[in-house]
Design a protein around this ligand. Structure first.
Ligand SMILES: *[C@@H]1O[C@H](CO)[C@@H](O)[C@H](O)[C@H]1NC(C)=O
Ligand SMILES: *[C@@H]1O[C@H](CO)[C@@H](O)[C@H](O)[C@H]1NC(C)=O
Ligand SMILES: *[C@@H]1O[C@H](CO)[C@@H](O)[C@H](O)[C@H]1NC(C)=O
Ligand SMILES: *[C@@H]1O[C@H](CO)[C@@H](O)[C@H](O)[C@H]1NC(C)=O
Ligand SMILES: *[C@@H]1O[C@H](CO)[C@@H](O)[C@H](O)[C@H]1NC(C)=O
Ligand SMILES: *[C@@H]1O[C@H](CO)[C@@H](O)[C@H](O)[C@H]1NC(C)=O
Ligand SMILES: *[C@@H]1O[C@H](CO)[C@@H](O)[C@H](O)[C@H]1NC(C)=O
Ligand SMILES: *[C@@H]1O[C@H](CO)[C@@H](O)[C@H](O)[C@H]1NC(C)=O
Ligand SMILES: *[C@@H]1O[C@H](CO)[C@@H](O)[C@H](O)[C@H]1NC(C)=O
Length: 889
C-alpha cells in the first residue's frame, strides 16, 4: 500500500488537479477564480473516510472527471457514461439510466495550489448547491449541510487558517434532492424528473484572495427618471474588516461607457475591528445614455469597477458589473390588472416561459440563440419560473435588450404554505426553511440587482408567500437596494398584505383552445396580464421528431390520438397525452391519413393558435379592459418535446413559431375572430422614428378557388404604442366553406410593413365557457376546415439565391423568391432550411417569414439567415397544403 499511496500522491499533482499546480489558482489580493472542474463520484462508490478524501493526494483515480457547474447527471453525461442521442431517444430515459446511484449523496473533489503569506485572506465562495452540502478543506469541515443549503444558497467561507503552501484539497458532499422537501429547482409537470433530481454542484464554486478588507458584490442605485438630463449615481458595497484592529482605506470606483472619460468615484473609510459596513461612493452622470428594451432603442451598458485600497495596497476588487440606466414602474389599473412602464412608456410584455436544460447544463451560446429567437419573434420578455441559471443569462439579456421576469417556482418546497392544497400537507415551511428562503433571496438579489434587463421579481408562482416569507423576500430585496417592482405571485389566488394583489392571472389555458378563444373576454382570454398561457401547441417538424422518436412513437402520434406519450409532460400530469389537441385537429381539419398529413395539420393548427394569442393581447392593449401582457406557456422545453414550446430543443422553428412572429410584429394589422373587425397595432414607442403617420390597409377575402369575395382599402394614421379597430371585414356572408383573408399594411411609400393571411370558416368554434377547467375550455362545435384537404394543386415557382454580405461572412443569407403561377391560392407553404448533403435541418434558421399562403398569381420574397459555420451547401425544401414537395438548392 505504501508504494501505491506515493504513486497516487504524485498522480494527483500531475493529473487533472495538476493543471492548477503549474499556476496558483489565485495569487494576488482581489483575485477570484472559479474552480474549473471536479472529480465526481457517488458516495456508494467512494471511500467513506471523507476526512481522508478531503486531504491533498487522496486517491480519486476511479472517479469521473467533469467540468464546473455539473449536476450528477450532467457530470455523467459529460464523462461519457450517457449521451444525449441515446438518452433522449424514445423512452430510453426510463430504462437506460442506472438509478441505483441516485437518491444518495455525490462527492465533488478538487485540488488547487496557493502560496499563502501573512496578511492574506482566502475564501471559498458558493452560489448554491443542490440540495445541500457538507464542505471540507484539507480534511477540515468548513460547512455543514444545515448551513450550505438550497439551490440558491450562496455563502462565503474564510479558509485562511486551513490553507497550506502548495496543494490544497476541497471536497463537497452534495446531498440528494427531494423536490417537495428541499430547496431545489423542480420541473413540476413540465417533463419527467431528471434521474438525480438535479442534485449537485450546479453553480460555480470560487476561491478568492484578499487583503485585510474584503468586498461583497456591488449594488448600484441612480435617480434617473424619464426627462432628466443628469443622474446621481451611487455605488454601494459591503466591506468587511477581517482584522482585529481598525483599518483605514479608500473605496475607489470607475463608471465608464466605451473609451470615453470614466466617472471616477472615491471615498475614504474607517472600519473597526471585524466590522462589516456599507461603503458608498456617489457621482453625477451628465446626459446618461438610456438603456431600452430591444424594439425601443439601444442597450448602452456602463462598466462599473470597484476596488478597495488599504494602506495604498489593493485589498479586494469587486466583481466588475455592467449596468444600464433605465426606469421601470408597475402598478394596477382600475380593473386590478398589472401594468408596466419602461422609461415612462407603457410597456406591454409579450413573452414566453423559459425552460433550462433538463440536467441544468449551461451553454451560453445556446441560451443566446434562444433569446435571439425570442427577439426574432417580436417578443420583449422572458419569464424564469425559479430557474435563475447563472449571471451570464442576465448579461445576455442586458446586451440584447430582453426584459426578464425572474421569480420563485410553484408546486413544491417553495410553496409550503398552510393554505396550499396542491402540495401534500407535510410540505410546510419550518423555522429553518425561512432561513433558507432568506439566504436564497439575498444571494439571488446580489446577482440580479445591477441588471437593466430585470422587469420585476415574482416572489410566488401559483401561490403567494405567506406574510412572514413575503416580508423576508421584500426585506432581502431591499437589503440589496432592489430598484424594480416586486410582484406577489404569478396568479391571483391570494396575496400577502405587504405586496397586495399581483394583478396577474393564471387561468389557463395550457391545452388546446381555438383562435377565437382569445377574443372571448373570459377565463384566459386577452385582457389583463396572463402569466402563463397558451393553446398547448408546439409540434416539431419531422427532422427533429426523427431524432428522438422511434418508428413506433411516430406511428402513435397520428394513429393513437389519445395515447399517453413519453415526450409530452410527465406521466402524472394532465398533459401526458394529446387527446384534447387531437380531438380538435381531427374535427377541424379532418382525420389524418398519414404522419405527413398529421404533421401538416398540426402545423396549421399551431400557427393559428399562437398568432391569435399574440394578436389578441397586442390588439386589445387599448380595449375597454386592456390587455396588459402575456407570457406564453412555454417558450422552450428542457428536452426534446412535443408541445409547450415555440421552437424545439434543437432550435428548429415550425408553425407555432411563425404564428407568433406574425402576431407579435411591432407594426401589424390583425383580425378579431369574434366580431370580424380589423385592428391596427403599433408597439413602437413615441421616440422611434418612422413609426407614426400615414398607413394604408388592404383587406381581401377570396374563396378556395381564388374568386374574390370582397375588397376594402382604407387609409389610416398609426399612433405609437397604441392599437385600434379600423374596419370590419365584409363579404363573410358569401363564404361557402373556407375563405382566405389577406391583410396588408403599407406605409406612405408603399413599403409593406405587415402581410397576414387567415383561413376562415363562416362559423367559429363554439366554446363551453362555463365548463372551463384550470387548463382549457372545451369546444362544443368545431369550425369545419376539412375542405382545405381538397384544394386543387397550385404551382409555385421557387428560386433561391445567396445574398450574403461580402464583408461579413459569418452569416449566410439566402433570398427565396416564391411565385404562385396558379389562379388558386397556394395554402400554407413551409420552407425548411436544410443542408443538401446531410438532409438535416440547419438550426436555428432566422426566416423573415414562413408557413405562408399566397393569393392567386401572387409573388413574395423571403430571406433566411444562418451561421455560415453550420453549412456550406444549404438548400430549401418547399412543401405545404396544396403544392408539390421540392428541394431547391
Ligand atoms: C480517516 O482518515 C484519517 C486520515 O486522513 C484517519 O486519521 C482516520 O483515522 C480515518 N478514519 C477512519 C474511520 O478510518
Ligand atoms: C451513445 O451511447 C450509446 C449507448 O451507450 C452508444 O451506442 C452510442 O454510440 C453513443 N453515441 C454517441 C454519439 O456517443
Ligand atoms: C425526487 O424528488 C421526489 C419528490 O418530488 C422524490 O419522491 C424522489 O424520491 C426524488 N428522487 C431522487 C432520486 O432523489
Ligand atoms: C482575532 O481575535 C480572535 C479572538 O480574540 C482570535 O480568535 C482570532 O484568531 C483573531 N484573528 C486574527 C486574524 O488575528
Ligand atoms: C451590509 O452590512 C450591514 C452591516 O453589517 C448589514 O446590515 C447589511 O445587511 C449588509 N448588506 C448587504 C447587502 O449584505
Ligand atoms: C472594468 O473591468 C473590465 C473587466 O475587467 C475591464 O474590461 C474594463 O477595462 C474595466 N474598466 C475600467 C474603466 O477600469
Ligand atoms: C370587438 O371585440 C373586442 C374584444 O375582443 C372589443 O374590444 C371591441 O369593442 C369589439 N368591437 C366591436 C365593433 O364590437
Ligand atoms: C389613400 O391615400 C392615397 C394616397 O394619399 C390616395 O391615393 C387614396 O385615394 C386614398 N384612399 C382612400 C380609400 O382614401
Ligand atoms: C358542461 O358539461 C356538462 C357535462 O359534459 C354538460 O352536460 C353541460 O351541458 C356543459 N355545459 C355547457 C355550458 O356547455
Amino acid at each position: 500500500m505504501g508504494v501505491l499511496a506515493i504513486l497516487t500522491a504524485t498522480l494527483a499533482v500531475l493529473g487533472p488537479a495538476g493543471a492548477a499546480a503549474s499556476a496558483d489558482i489565485v495569487s494576488a489580493a482581489g483575485q477570484t477564480a472559479k474552480i474549473p472542474g471536479w472529480s465526481l463520484q457517488s458516495v456508494l462508490h467512494a471511500s467513506d473516510n471523507l476526512t481522508a478524501l478531503a486531504k491533498p493526494g487522496a486517491d480519486v483515480s476511479g472517479w469521473y472527471r467533469v467540468s464546473a457547474r455539473k449536476t450528477a447527471m450532467a457530470g455523467l453525461i459529460e464523462a461519457g457514461v450517457y449521451n444525449d442521442t441515446d438518452l433522449w431517444y424514445s423512452d430510453n430515459l426510463n430504462h437506460i439510466v442506472d438509478r441505483s446511484v441516485f437518491g444518495t449523496a455525490w462527492l465533488y473533489r478538487e485540488e488547487f495550489t496557493v502560496q499563502p503569506e501573512a496578511g492574506q485572506h482566502y475564501f471559498v465562495i458558493t452560489h448554491g448547491i443542490t440540495s445541500k452540502a457538507d464542505i471540507w478543506v484539507n480534511g477540515k469541515k468548513i460547512a455543514d449541510k444545515t448551513y450550505q443549503q438550497g439551490a440558491y444558497g450562496g455563502h462565503k467561507y474564510e479558509v485562511t487558517q486551513l490553507l497550506q503552501s502548495g496543494a490544497n484539497a476541497i471536497l463537497i458532499q452534495a446531498y440528494e434532492t427531494d423536490y417537495l422537501l428541499d430547496s431545489a429547482m423542480g420541473f413540476v409537470d413540465w417533463n419527467p424528473y431528471p434521474p438525480d433530481n438535479g442534485t449537485g454542484v450546479w453553480r460555480d464554486v470560487e476561491i478568492s484572495q484578499t487583503g485585510p478588507v474584503t468586498l461583497a458584490p456591488i449594488r448600484v442605485v441612480h435617480d434617473w427618471t424619464p426627462g432628466k438630463t443628469s443622474t446621481k449615481i451611487t455605488v454601494k458595497v459591503n466591506a468587511t474588516n477581517l482584522e482585529n484592529k481598525s483599518v483605514k482605506g479608500i473605496l475607489s470606483g470607475q463608471i465608464s461607457l466605451g473609451p470615453g472619460k470614466p466617472l471616477i468615484l472615491s471615498q475614504s473609510f474607517t472600519l473597526k475591528a471585524n466590522e462589516e459596513k456599507t461603503l458608498t461612493a456617489t457621482g453625477n452622470l451628465q446626459d446618461p445614455q438610456i438603456w431600452w428594451p430591444a424594439i425601443w432603442g439601444d442597450q448602452p451598458l456602463y462598466d462599473v469597477n470597484v476596488t478597495v485600497l488599504v494602506g495604498n495596497k489593493e485589498s479586494d476588487i469587486a466583481e466588475p458589473r455592467k449596468i444600464g440606466i433605465r426606469y421601470v414602474e408597475s402598478g394596477l389599473n382600475k380593473f386590478g390588472d398589472r401594468t408596466f412602464k419602461v422609461n415612462g412608456e407603457r410597456f406591454l410584455p409579450l413573452g414566453g416561459g423559459y425552460g433550462p436544460d433538463m440536467f441544468y447544463r449551461w451553454d451560453s451560446e445556446y441560451v443566446r440563440q434562444k433569446f435571439e429567437l425570442m427577439l426574432d419573434l417580436g417578443m420583449n420578455t422572458v419569464r424564469l419560473e425559479g430557474k435563475q441559471e447563472h449571471p451570464e443569462l442576465f448579461e445576455i439579456a442586458d446586451e440584447i435588450g430582453l426584459m426578464i421576469m425572474p421569480g420563485w417556482e410553484c408546486c413544491d418546497w417553495w410553496e409550503g404554505w398552510t393554505y396550499n392544497t396542491d402540495v401534500p400537507s407535510y410540505v410546510r415551511f419550518n423555522e429553518h426553511d425561512y432561513w433558507i428562503a432568506n439566504y436564497s433571496m439575498l444571494h439571488e438579489a446580489s446577482m440580479m440587482q445591477t441588471h437593466p434587463s430585470i422587469l420585476t421579481f415574482l416572489v410566488g408562482s401559483d401561490y403567494w408567500p405567506n406574510e412572514r416569507a413575503a416580508k423576508i423576500y421584500v426585506d432581502g430585496l431591499s437589503t440589496w437596494d432592489w430598484p424594480n417592482p416586486i410582484v406577489a405571485s404569478a396568479g391571483e389566488l391570494g396575496y400577502p398584505k405587504i405586496l397586495g394583489s399581483s394583478g396577474v392571472r393564471m387561468d389557463g389555458p395550457y391545452d388546446y383552445v381555438p383562435p377565437n378563444y382569445w377574443y372571448g373576454g373570459q377565463v384566459g382570454a386577452a385582457f389583463g396580464f396572463g402569466a402563463e398561457e397558451g393553446a398547448g401547441v408546439g409540434t416539431p417538424e419531422i427532422r427533429s421528431l426523427k431524432r428522438f422518436l422511434s418508428e413506433d412513437d411516430l406511428n402513435d402520434l397520428w394513429t393513437k390520438p389519445n395515447k399517453g406519450l413519453f415526450h409530452m409532460s410527465s406521466n402524472v400530469s394532465s398533459f401526458y397525452d394529446r387527446s384534447i389537441y387531437n380531438d380538435a385537429l381531427y374535427n377541424r381539419y379532418g382525420d389524418p391519413t398519414s404522419l405527413d398529413d398529421y404533421l401538416l395539420k398540426a402545423q396549421i393548427m399551431d400557427y393559428e393558435a399562437t398568432r391569435a394569442e399574440y394578436e389578441g393581447f397586442a390588439s386589445l392593449q387599448d380595449a375597454h379592459r386592456p390587455a396588459t401582457g402575456v407570457i406564453y406557456w412555454m417558450m422552450n422545453s428542457a428536452w426534446p418535446n412535443l408541445h409547450w414550446q415555440l421552437f424545439d430543443y434543437y432550435l428548429n422553428t415550425a408553425g407555432c413559431f411563425f404564428g407568433v412572429k406574425v402576431g407579435a410584429r411591432p407594426e401589424h394589422v390583425s383580425f378579431n375572430y369574434e366580431n370580424r373587425t380589423i385592428y391596427l397595432i403599433n408597439r413602437f414607442n413615441s421616440l422611434n422614428k418612422g413609426d407614426k403617420g400615414a398607413r394604408s390597409v388592404s383587406i381581401d377575402l377570396i374563396d378556395t378557388d381564388g374568386t374574390p369575395l370582397s375588397h376594402q382599402s382604407i387609409n389610416v394614421t398609426t399612433k405609437p404604442n397604441h392599437s385600434n379597430e379600423i374596419a370590419k371585414v365584409s363579404g363573410f356572408n358569401k363564404i361557402k366553406d373556407v375563405a382566405f383573408l389577406r391583410l396588408v399594411l403599407s406605409d406612405a411609400q408603399e413599403n409593406v410593413l405587415s402581410r397576414n393571411i387567415y383561413w376562415l370558416t363562416p362559423k367559429n368554434d363554439v366554446l363551453q365557457w362555463d365548463n372551463s377547467t384550470w387548463y382549457y375550455t372545451p369546444i362544443t362545435s368545431f369550425s369545419d376546415y376539412t375542405s382545405l384537404q381538397k384544394l386543387s394543386t397550385a404551382t409555385v415557382d421557387t428560386t433561391v439565391s445567396d445574398i450574403s454580405s461580402k464583408t461579413d461572412q459569418s452569416t449566410t443569407t439566402l433570398q427565396v423568391q416564391l411565385e404562385n403561377k396558379s389562379k388558386l391560392p397556394a395554402f400554407f407553404i413551409r420552407l425548411v432550411l436544410i443542408d443538401s448533403k446531410t438532409n438535416e435541418n440547419i438550426n436555428p434558421p432566422f426566416w423573415s417569414d414562413n408557413y405562408i399562403t399566397l393569393f392567386p398569381e401572387e409573388s413574395l420574397t423571403l430571406t433566411v439567415s444562418f451561421d455560415s459555420k453550420l453549412s456550406s451547401s444549404p438548400a430549401v425544401e418547399v412543401s405545404g397544403g396544396n403544392i408539390k414537395t421540392t428541394i431547391v438548392q
